[in-house]
Design a binder for this molecule. Structure first.
Ligand code: ATP
Ligand code: MG
Length: 218
């Protein structure tokens, strides 16, 4: 049984077909790189995968149950989406990092937070920084930590290293690979051919809203 199963999904906005009868599935522990030209529908596909938007045709299944049969909050707990343009809120980094815990009414797991900051080589003092004053690359990393403080079953990443230098890109890749080794299923949109081939076991190429190819490389 696939963990995530996209069956014959289209997404049409007005007269524009953005996704055109897409069928693809992710097995548990897959690491799928998603590539394709700008405007081909990659981000839209991830939004479908996280139930941020609903298909205009077709269905998405998580563990053999249709998305429409889930409580949206329950789905969001299991499928985490880190967006192409990071959006931080609140005053401080701390408010962003604590937000997923507050949402679920649970106490922040300080050890996990410390561990993630250390993996990303960010000093814990960042917690007190003003969220709006962070650089683009710092925002990307904080948004990424926020999306994994409570570990999801599937992590959807959309160009999350686009504002990072080579060193921080490598650190981020290693953290994701580490979480993948611990059992996380990853779908990662990237424009970098090198990045797409580094850790993935499958490469999905989207062209003009359709699946152009699904290459199994490991
Ligand atoms: N809600 C929407 N309504 C209308 N058009 C949309 C909507 N969302 C996306 N689009 C359009 O659909 C196409 C695919 O957008 P999408 O953001 O999925 O592409 P992408 O492959 O992620 O591109 P990039 O690599 O530049 O991030 C684009 O032409 C975009 O302008
Ligand atoms: Mg995109």
């Amino acid at each position: 049984m696939p963990l995530l199963d996209i069956r014959n999904v289209s997404f049409i906005d007005g007269s524009k077909t953005i996704l055109d009868h897409v069928s693809v599935s992710a097995e548990s522990h897959d690491f799928i790189s998603i590539t394709g030209p700008s405007g081909s529908g990659k981000s839209t596909l991830l939004k479908i995968c996280s139930h941020m938007i609903s298909p205009t045709e077709g269905d998405v299944f998580f563990k053999d149950r249709n998305f429409t049969d889930y409580n949206p909050v329950e789905l969001r707990r299991k499928i985490s989406h880190c967006f192409q343009t990071p959006c931080l809120w609140g005053r401080t980094v701390r408010e962003n990092i604590y937000f997923p815990y507050w949402l679920r009414g649970i106490k922040p797991d300080q050890e996990r937070i410390r561990n993630l900051f250390s993996l990303f080589r960010l000093p814990l003092a960042y917690m007190d920084q003003s969220a709006e004053k962070l650089s683009g690359g710092e925002k990307q990393r904080i948004a990424l930590i926020r999306s994994i403080v409570i570990e999801p079953e599937i992590l959807l990443l959309d160009e999350v290293t686009s504002a990072l230098d080579a060193e921080n890109t490598q650190i981020t890749e290693q953290v994701i690979q580490h979480l993948h080794e611990e059992g996380l299923t990853v779908l990662w949109v990237t424009h970098s051919t090198v990045q797409s081939r580094k850790y993935a076991n499958k490469i999905l190429t989207v062209v003009s809203g359709q699946i152009h190819s699904l290459e199994v490389i490991k």
